[in-house]
Design a protein around this ligand. Structure first.
Ligand SMILES: Nc1ncnc2c1ncn2[C@@H]1O[C@H](COP(=O)(O)OP(=O)(O)OP(=O)(O)O)[C@@H](O)[C@H]1O
Length: 434
């Protein structure tokens, strides 16, 4: 049985093989630094982060040979090597065989590999990105708990309820008996740093779905079609910064998006046309059961066709932080319940412990109110506030004392940035030097 490197079955097989006793004593092995703290360990066997803080841990796996082992009273051999593929590029290959005639035995073994792999990744979300027209091997990221995205609770509940209803097996039947395509689309819109991507990621984790991220500016028509055709049945597809593709159609419904403007208002060269995107979203190639999440900073730049019901079933605004969110972000950072001290040496933990105790002794609700009263509502994004609070994470009092100066600095930076942007735009107006 051959297993293709490009397929996730490859990871299932290799990670199982690496966990077997025979793999520890092989004489030909591949040594690699497991670069990612949590991920596939360069596809030489799944490496799930152990949190021991080892720098550049080495990982070994059977390589370039034939390796024999017993499994359920059958004699197997596993082969893995590197060959020259298309255009002379090196390509990895693996296969598994056994002495016998029943293919079921091999499938049972692969199923065991699958279960082993699912056990390893159970607290992770598999994230797929793309290079041109192909999905790259998934990366594993720890699931992000929904509670870590500070948002209106009603909204959260409503969205979670909507998605869980959609994913309910009876819903699929309901859709098919009525001839309605079984898919659901959401648009998350709002200023940068308000949690749109983070929330999409935590939703994927909540429903144990793989996340497929599409980066619009790097796509052309052909690759978008191919990528959509390769989507599995149940997954979350995240189309980030969808305004980078959209153009307001002025009479000509197929106007090319190369004339559109991006979030920064700068003209961008794009090869992906709006009509292709619309066809792909509606087409047969569009996987059944997929949850589509689109994000944008500029809902006003979107073509109405892109977000019409059927393509987008719910539009959800992610606003700048209001008083409630500001207070909850404060709590999120200082509440000892959401604090875990990991890694570091003992003395560092002692310091953290002392600081935590000092924070515990504070009247947090009172301080939270004080902090929220100092920050004007709907002026700063949750990302900005969080970043400030993290810089003062050991002292809520310091955060309150420093917040006015921080806001002033941020406002100055914004003014400067607006001046630079408008200067750059003026310079690009085709009227030459200033
Ligand atoms: N509401 C929030 N609650 C908790 N953390 C947040 C929230 N909003 C933003 N953050 C934090 O800010 C950072 C940026 O957030 P994220 O990328 O989700 O924002 P975004 O709205 O998708 O931004 P953009 O529009 O620029 O893509 C992340 O580290 C995230 O954890």
């Amino acid at each position: 049985m051959e297993v293709l490197y490009s397929d996730e079955a490859y990871d299932m097989l290799i990670s199982w093989v690496c966990s077997q006793p025979f793999a520890q004593s092989v004489r030909a092995s591949l040594a690699k630094v497991a670069l990612e703290s949590s991920g596939r360990g360069n596809r030489s066997g799944l490496q799930v982060h152990t949190g021991d803080g080892t720098k550049k841990p080495l990982h070994y796996s059977p390589w370039n040979g034939r390796f024999y082992f017993w499994y359920k009273r059958h004699f197997f051999f596993f082969e893995r090597s590197q060959i020259r593929g298309e255009f002379g590029l090196p390509r990895e290959e693996a296969s598994i065989s056994y002495f016998g005639r029943n293919p079921k035995v091999l499938r049972e073994l692969l199923d065991e590999c699958r279960r082993h792999y699912l056990g390893l990744i159970k607290n992770n979300t598999c994230v797929f990105e793309h290079q041109g027209g192909t999905w790259t091997p998934s990366k594993l990221r720890s699931k992000r708990d929904m509670s870590t995205v500070v948002l209106n609770n009603e909204l959260k509940k409503m969205l979670v309820g909507d998605i869980s209803d959609f994913l309910n097996p009876t819903t699929r039947k309901w859709y098919s008996t009525r001839g309605i395509p079984y898919k659901r689309g959401y648009l998350f819109y709002g200023p940068p740093g308000t949690g749109k991507s983070s929330f999409s990621f935590s939703l994927a984790g909540q429903f144990d779905l793989d996340l497929y991220i599409l980066n619009i500016p790097t796509l052309d028509n052909h690759s978008l079609k191919t990528l959509f055709e390769e989507l599995p049945q149940h997954c979350v597809v995240l189309l980030e910064d969808i305004d980078a593709v959209s153009s307001k159609r002025t009479g000509n419904s197929n106007k090319d998006v190369s004339q559109s403007t991006s979030s920064t208002q700068m003209p961008v060269l794009k090869r992906l046309s709006l009509s292709t995107l619309l066809n792909v979203l509606d087409g047969i190639g569009s996987a059944e059961g997929r949850v589509l999440m689109m994000t944008t900073n500029h809902i006003e730049h979107l073509d109405p066709a892109l977000i019409r019901p059927g393509r987008v079933d719910m539009k959800i605004e992610f606003p700048l932080a209001d008083e409630d969110v500001i207070g909850r972000l404060f709590f999120f950072v200082y509440d000892p319940q959401s604090t875990t001290v990991t890694g570091g040496d003992e003395s560092e933990n002692d310091v953290c412990g002392t600081k935590e105790k000092a924070i515990k002794d504070c009247d947090l609700p009172q301080l939270g109110q004080e902090f929220a009263a100092k920050v004007p509502k709907l002026e700063f994004s949750p990302a900005e506030i969080l970043s400030f609070l993290l810089a003062n994470k050991h002292s809520p009092h310091l955060a309150i004392a420093n917040v006015a100066a921080w806001m002033e600095k941020l406002r100055e930076e914004r003014t400067k940035l607006t001046r630079i942007t408008s200067w750059a735009l003026d310079d690009n107006d085709g009227f030459g030097d200033h």
